[in-house]
Design a protein around this ligand. Structure first.
Ligand code: NIG
Ligand code: FE
Length: 416
């Protein structure tokens, strides 16, 4: 089966070289083809180019062809959302109201709200119900252009509930057309372990991680290394145990303080260091030349009114930057990657081109899939979206809150 997209006004984020990430000044340069075609065979991008190079009569008569006319429309590679917590039991609007009235996120967390609140609710909910709710969220993000998503555990906190979350993610992987990566997240200390932190970490390492490895329930391991959560030493211990069990590391780092999270992430060769509000010269120096993708989560900074990660400084220093939604009920209750691009432009002074790299190829790297996703290159998986009629791709971040996606193609198939 071949799918031919024709008369594409602009094919965006073309990268014949198939780079695995894009850094520094290059982030401002996006390759496009005007009046383009793109051919998908089975689930892969077979060919693309300017319309005058399309010779449709070359296809054998018995080739099953489906043609889509994209006149006036643009085609993009799907977003890769490399950081979400979209398996959760319930929204947390009461905390949202409490914060409006003056409580801080950290105060709410200290009083047993926040992550612990989500954990209580999740422990009570059945696996089927968690699965159904998460599937709806996947459908919602798919319709706003996301084609790949990383999903974390971390609202279980007990062995049993963490495994429950990871099983839900595995079922989502099996049944959703989105590409999904699964991450075990050491997220917070349950109340009963607050004065017995080592016991909790021993439990994670000796009881939970072997079960995760045995059942092959996770691709990555992540630790929330920040003030009030896991220390640098605790983070290193957990990451190294995960790595020993075959998982690649990631870190939640420097959201609330200069926690040392970035440095420990780099030291453990983490795939990404995420959040990065409290980042200065030392963290930037640590990230330079490392394998760790600096990942900014503008939705959480916007929702919590945090100081902003120094994205300009990072890009100007030559670093790559990825952006993800952090979709979760406490700090970023949205998985809309168009809005993440809008925030990138409006709050972080990124150009539209930089936000495209940050939400496609660089975020694909941050979830370990940039060889097959995140740009338009021959042989990559055909995860694409077709826009409504637009005259300039900058209209996407400009139209904050709108969804300019008209149709979605995942694994080479048009989603109805
Ligand atoms: O990425 N920062 C830590 N964890 C999540 C949110 C956790 C929550 O409040 O539910 C985040 O922002
Ligand atoms: Fe997060």
């Amino acid at each position: 089966m071949r799918l031919i997209l024709q008369n594409i006004r602009k094919l965006v984020q073309v990268d014949p070289k198939g780079r695995l990430w894009v850094a520094g000044k290059s982030m401002a340069e996006i390759q496009t083809i005007n009046n383009a075609f793109l051919i998908v065979q089975d689930e892969r991008i077979e060919n693309f180019g300017p319309m005058e190079e399309l010779h449709a009569d070359e296809f054998e008569a018995d080739d099953l062809l489906m043609e889509i006319d994209c006149s006036g429309k643009m085609v993009f590679p799907s977003y890769c959302d490399s950081h979400t917590h979209l398996v959760f039991a319930a929204t947390r609007e009461q905390e949202f109201v409490d914060r409006i009235k003056g409580l801080s996120y950290e105060e709410i967390a200290r009083n047993g709200g926040g992550i612990l609140n989500s954990a209580r609710l999740l422990q009570e909910m059945s696996e089927d119900e968690l699965y159904d709710q998460a599937m709806e969220r996947l459908d919602e993000i798919m319709r706003t252009g996301t084609g790949a998503v990383e999903i974390k555990s971390g609202y279980g906190l007990t062995t049993e509930s963490e495994l429950k979350m990871l099983r839900v993610i595995r079922r989502l992987k099996q049944n959703s057309p989105l590409m999904i990566k699964s991450t075990f997240l050491a997220h917070a200390f349950p109340l009963e372990f607050r004065s017995r932190r080592k016991d909790y970490i021993d439990m994670l390492i000796n009881e939970l991680l072997p079960k995760i490895a045995l059942q092959e329930l996770a691709d990555y391991i992540d630790v929330f290394c920040d003030r009030g959560f896991f220390t640098v030493e605790e983070t290193e211990r957990i990451l190294l145990a995960g790595i020993k069990g075959g998982l690649k590391g990631k870190v939640h780092a420097n959201e609330l303080a200069n926690s040392g999270g970035v440095q420990v992430g780099v030291k453990c060769n983490a795939l990404s260091a995420d959040h990065l509000e409290f980042v200065g010269d030392e963290e930037i120096a640590a990230l330079m030349g490392s394998e760790t993708m600096p990942t900014v989560l503008p939705g959480a900074a916007f929702f919590l009114n945090l100081k902003l990660a120094p994205v300009r400084q990072m890009i100007d220093a030559g670093l790559p930057v990825a952006m993800a939604s952090d979709y979760n009920p406490g700090t970023s209750p949205s998985g809309n990657m168009h809005f993440i691009q809008s925030l990138g432009c409006l709050k972080y002074d990124m150009t539209p081109e930089e936000t495209i790299h940050a939400t496609t190829i660089n975020s694909a790297y941050a979830m370990g899939i940039s060889e097959s996703y995140g740009s338009i290159a021959k042989g990559k998986v055909a995860n694409l979206f077709i826009t409504k009629e637009i005259s300039n791709y900058a209209v996407i971040p400009y139209s904050f809150g709108s969804n300019l996606v008209e149709s979605v193609i995942l694994n080479g198939e048009l989603i109805e």
